[in-house]
Design a protein around this ligand. Structure first.
Ligand SMILES: NC(=O)c1ccc[n+]([C@@H]2O[C@H](COP(=O)([O-])OP(=O)(O)OC[C@H]3O[C@@H](n4cnc5c(N)ncnc54)[C@H](OP(=O)(O)O)[C@@H]3O)[C@@H](O)[C@H]2O)c1
Length: 309
């Protein structure tokens, strides 16, 4: 199957490429090769590649910066995905698109199911929510995969930020009242490949729709940071910051430009019902990722170099 993978240099894009590269013909494009701000570029890429499937892992993901760049954010997270879905519909090919737990406001007691009403709190969240709406509107053959707190050895993420700060800081305040599930890009890529197998074997028709794909446990940023530092200590990595010097703080006492949901745990029963899946524990996945980052000493900047331009 010829797959057009957009956003090849992001966390999920890199992991998907690694997952699929031996099984499929994957043509990965980065921002320079297919800039979502220009529809002619998107049009040209699709018409010259003629894919059997489009995977959109590209997005504007800086939640705070997004507050000041609404037009660009909507261009990348809403208008371009809508355009991709229109093109996919014209070609009669499916589209896989990623979305976020931030489409919810975090006020529900318990985990969010796919059908729950969305109520985004920020520019980023609204742009992703509208992106979902346009995908659904233009191409019924879609998988919208919502996930949360993505981490990987690639691109920028919370683990790499904490590793950086442990070397620079003596103490750190980390938010302790926002809960969600850290989810590894590697695992997201594995689940994505299962959906692709269904497309390939013509079993996707009854499955198209929205799915929550996250790991099981919902934790606060503070617990998450504590665990990252514990792993670093266990690995004897030289750090300045001690676990006891990571102090919990509430969102209301911490300046963040964009509002975030406090409890955005995603219910994952639907994906569990669809596939027989072994869910890794987030701790194990975090540990593996830290090991990869440390071993390759690439925590400053890891690029997905194996993907040809
Ligand atoms: N990160 C999270 O915690 C998280 C949580 C929930 C959902 N998600 C969703 O998961 C998906 C992937 O996230 P991720 O963590 O893999 O993001 P990421 O690492 O930030 O990667 C996003 C990719 O999009 C590309 N991109 C940005 N602007 C673009 C443009 N104008 N044209 C084309 N490409 C552009 C970036 O290119 P450059 O490399 O050139 O910047 C980057 O490679 C997104 O849909 C996101 O909303 C992420």
């Amino acid at each position: 199957m010829k797959i057009l993978l957009l956003g090849k240099q992001g966390q999920i894009g890199c992991a998907i490429y690694e997952q699929l590269k031996y099984k499929d013909e994957v043509i990965g494009l980065n921002r320079n090769q297919c800039d979502f701000r220009y529809h002619q570029q998107i049009e040209y890429c699709i018409s010259s590649i003629k894919p059997d499937l489009i995977i959109n892992a590209a997005a504007y993901t800086n939640v705070d910066l997004a507050e000041d760049q609404e037009n660009e954010v909507f261009q990348i997270n809403t208008i371009a995905p809508g355009f991709l879905a229109q093109k996919a519909n014209l070609l009669n090919i499916p589209i896989v698109h990623f979305s976020t737990d931030y489409v919810f406001d975090g006020k529900k007691e318990g985990a969010y199911i796919e059908e729950d009403l969305t109520h985004p709190l920020s520019v980023y969240a609204r742009s992703k929510c509208e992106g979902e709406r346009l995908i659904k509107l233009y191409q019924s053959k879609h998988f919208i995969l919502r996930t949360s707190r993505v981490f990987s050895p690639y691109s920028d993420n919370f683990i790499k930020k904490i590793i950086r700060l442990t070397k620079e800081k003596d103490n750190l305040f980390v938010i302790n009242d926002q809960y969600a599930a850290p989810t590894s890009a590697k695992w997201i890529a594995k689940v994505t490949s299962l959906f692709i197998e269904k497309i390939k074997s013509n079993e996707a028709f009854d499955l198209y729709g929205t799915y929550h794909i996250a790991l099981e446990n919902s934790i606060s940023w503070w617990e998450y940071a504590q665990y990252i530092v514990k792993v670093l200590v266990d690995l004897n990595v030289a750090i300045k910051l001690k676990p006891s010097a990571i102090m919990p703080i509430n969102s209301s006492d911490y300046r963040q430009k964009a509002l975030r949901p406090l409890h955005s745990k995603l219910d994952i029963s639907k994906v569990k019902k669809t596939f027989v899946l072994e869910f890794p524990h987030w701790r194990k996945e975090v540990e593996n990722t830290i090991n990869l980052i440390i071993q390759s000493s690439l925590h400053e900047k890891i690029e997905c170099k194996k993907i040809p331009d």
